[in-house]
Design a protein around this ligand. Structure first.
Ligand SMILES: CC(=O)N[C@H](C=O)[C@@H](O)[C@H](O)[C@H](O)CO
Ligand SMILES: CC(=O)C(=O)O
Length: 291
């Protein structure tokens, strides 16, 4: 069975502090209503790279306290401060997270040797397994097939969260590493990723659209490609509208329409404007409202 994970959002208050109650509401909604298989905690959608060290710890604690063992949990611990990444890897492992993940180190143009050293260091002292978070569009770091192979020489590195539109590379990776976990990261390209044999998907829009994505996975597994394509089209109408309305703040505004207090994004991310709020209401009415 392929697995569907929501990239957990963090509910922030207007002053940029974490809204614990709202964050818990989103976790519950994902587990109880969306019925996702897991949560990816501390990723891009979670605004991890906007957060202080204390906030990262706070969110990791909240998520596992609320989710317990109800769903699979992946904690993204990657940081430009390697010592912080190592600390957080141990911190979440001690909390009981069954998997860790780390974004490729970005901003400075690290060599592959430096990137490899970063991953090996993160996993060295923890009894846990790591999923590489590859997202070239945000990090500027693209890993090649041979570089993935070198990283996989470390048996604690078990997979990739593959947020990349390079489907040639995805096919090469899938076929070279049949036993590694490959989780697709672009929600709007779920169907082609399924066609290439990914093990599941992690994404921001599954917070709102998990049921449709699950139905698409099931249609694909049943061989009903026409139905899967129709569901991807419906999802992509929603995703296009979210992107046009500024996706991260809009995901939270649409959550509010569903009765979930998702708070706001943390500055410097955009704060809601009247236009954005109206846009979110329209997105809810057009694509999510159940009659
Ligand atoms: C940068 C980013 O947020 N990537 C997410 C996962 O990796 C996706 O879920 C996208 O938000 C989504 O596919 C919309 O482009
Ligand atoms: C998967 C993704 O959406 C994230 O890192 O937030």
């Amino acid at each position: 069975m392929k697995k569907l994970y929501s990239a957990l959002m963090t509910a922030f208050n207007d002053d940029g502090t974490v809204n614990e109650a709202g964050t818990r509401e989103m976790i519950r909604y994902n587990i109880d209503v969306n019925k996702v298989d897991g949560l990816y905690v501390g990723g891009s959608t979670g605004e991890n790279f906007n957060m202080s060290h204390e906030q990262k710890e706070q969110v990791f604690k909240i998520a596992i306290d609320e989710a317990k063992n109800d769903v699979d949990l992946i904690a993204q611990v990657g940081s430009l401060d390697l010592n912080e990444a190592k600390y957080l890897a141990k911190f979440v492992t001690d909390l009981g997270y069954p998997h860790i993940s780390a974004v490729t180190p970005f901003y400075y143009n690290y060599t592959f040797e430096q990137i490899k050293n970063y991953y090996n260091e993160i996993v060295k002292d923890v009894d846990n397994e790591l999923i590489i978070y590859s997202i070239p569009v945000l990090t500027g770091v693209s890993l090649s097939l041979d570089q993935f192979a070198e990283l996989f020489e470390n048996p604690k590195i078990i997979g990739i969260k593959y947020t990349n539109a390079d489907f040639f590379l995805l096919e090469r990776v899938r076929n070279r590493f049949p036993d590694k976990l490959i989780l697709s990261g672009f929600d709007e390209m779920l169907l082609p990723a399924l066609a290439l044999g990914v093990d599941g998907a992690i994404g921001s829009t599954y917070n709102l659209n998990a049921k449709r994505a699950k139905a698409e996975m099931n249609a694909f597994d049943a061989g009903d490609i026409d139905k899967a394509r129709q569901l991807q089209k419906d999802s992509n109408d929603l995703i296009s509208a979210l992107i046009a309305n500024d996706i991260y703040p809009s995901l939270k505004l649409v959550f509010k329409e569903l009765g979930v207090n998702a708070g706001v994004t943390k500055r410097p991310m955009a704060q809601p404007t009247p236009e954005m709020i109206a846009g979110a209401k329209k997105i809810y009415n057009d694509y999510l409202k159940e009659d």
